[in-house]
Write a protein that binds this ligand. Structure first.
Ligand code: FA5
Length: 345
């Protein structure tokens, strides 16, 4: 029996030492040290031994079992340590690798154009004014020399909240509101904001779009001041060699009224697809503030005069960035918007 025990001890030690992972070690433990294992069998078989030999054999078996258990425990600790090391190596982060580029969201292309125009006029001493998008009929039309029933109202049909309240069709009501507030004082403002019209959406029209209004009121403000201001605007926005052209037009709130064109920045005036082969691109409407508008807001048209202009940033952004459909600005397609993104390392 002692021989059997010694053989068993050597066998199990050899098996334990040969294990490569915890799973294998567990299998060896169950097989040799478990309830149905050979060591337990030996203990059970001791009943067959003469009584005087039993304590000695019992002690021997227990000694072997303790020794095997110890070797098992040492092996277990080694294998566990090895497993942790392997895992650490697998999950190791190489901090010397360069980081992945992070996409940084940028201002919407329309916001960019609006801010660029704001900055330009602020640099020329203009204040930025704001007005409500839900507006009174009075400010949107009447105070701008467009009384009820005036045929020019048809060009700016909009969404009415009630008979007297509507979604503003242009930023021009801010003209009347600012003049009322300034109470006869001179001023220079620009007003960016959303406007609404019952226009059918197509590549160049939207039922909601943005405008930027400009208004200068004071003594001795002349058409040449308007022309000079628009000339600077055209050159700063579209390039120093741009020329401007004023064509007669009609707005009930300005007299005389003009449309301003710029010489085409793509072909330089020779004619191309951007300028529809005319050499000129229409940019905005403008004019000298109508005396009726001045007097309705409490200014004396004999003493003061003013000029005003209004433009659509969508159309300007389309020209600047070569966008062929105004709807791109509103459909939130990331393929479109991401072209205006910066990538930062
Ligand atoms: C006006 O709205 C006048 N209030 C502008 C003005 C102000 C004239 C001050 C004189 C003095 P108009 O309807 O032309 O004018 O619109 C001005 C600009 O808004 C247009 O040149 C165009 O760029 C833009 N616009 C007009 N309708 C739409 C639309 N449906 N979608 C996108 N942009 C539009």
């Amino acid at each position: 029996m002692i021989e059997q025990l010694t053989q068993l001890k050597e066998e199990v030690i050899e098996k334990i030492t040969a294990t490569e992972n915890i799973k294998q070690l567990n299998e060896v433990r169950v097989a040799y040290l478990g309830k149905k294992g050979p060591i337990t069998d030996l203990l059970k078989g001791m009943g067959k031994l003469p009584v005087e030999e039993r304590p000695k054999m019992g002690a021997l078996v227990n000694e072997v079992r303790a020794e095997v258990q110890h070797i098992h425990d040492v092996r277990k600790a080694t294998l566990e340590e090895q497993a942790i090391q392997e895992q650490l190596e697998k999950e190791a982060i190489d901090v010397t690798l360069p980081g992945r580029p992070v996409k940084v969201a940028n201002a919407h292309p329309l916001t960019r154009v609006i801010e660029e125009i704001e900055d330009l006029f602020i640099s020329m001493g203009y204040e930025v004014a704001e007005g409500p998008e839900v507006e009174k009929d009075y400010y949107n039309f009447e105070a701008l020399n467009l009384p009820k029933g005036h045929p020019a109202r048809d060009m700016q049909d909009t969404f009415y909240i009630s008979e007297e309240i509507l979604m503003r069709t242009h930023t021009s009501p801010v003209q009347a509101r600012t003049m009322e507030k300034k109470q006869g004082a001179s001023f220079k403002i620009i007003c960016p904001g959303k406007v609404f019209r019952r226009d059918n959406d197509d590549a160049t029209h939207s039922h909601q779009f943005t405008q930027i209004e400009g208004l200068v009121v004071g003594e001795n403000i002349r058409m040449s001041d308007l022309k000079g201001t628009l000339d600077i605007f055209a050159k700063k926005m579209f390039g120093e060699d741009r020329e401007i052209r004023l064509r007669p037009s009609f707005f009930p709130f300005t007299e005389p009224s003009v449309e301003m064109d710029i010489s085409c920045f793509k072909c330089g005036g020779e004619g191309c697809n951007v300028c529809k082969h005319t050499g000129w691109i229409e940019i905005l409407g403008a004019g000298m503030v109508h005396p009726n508008v001045l007097s309705m807001a409490g200014y004396d048209p004999k003493k003061v005069s003013g000029f005003a202009f209004g433009m659509g940033p969508e159309r300007i952004a389309m020209l600047k960035y070569g966008v062929d459909d105004i709807r791109h600005f509103y459909t939130n397609d990331v393929r479109f918007l991401s072209q205006f993104h910066r990538t930062e390392e």
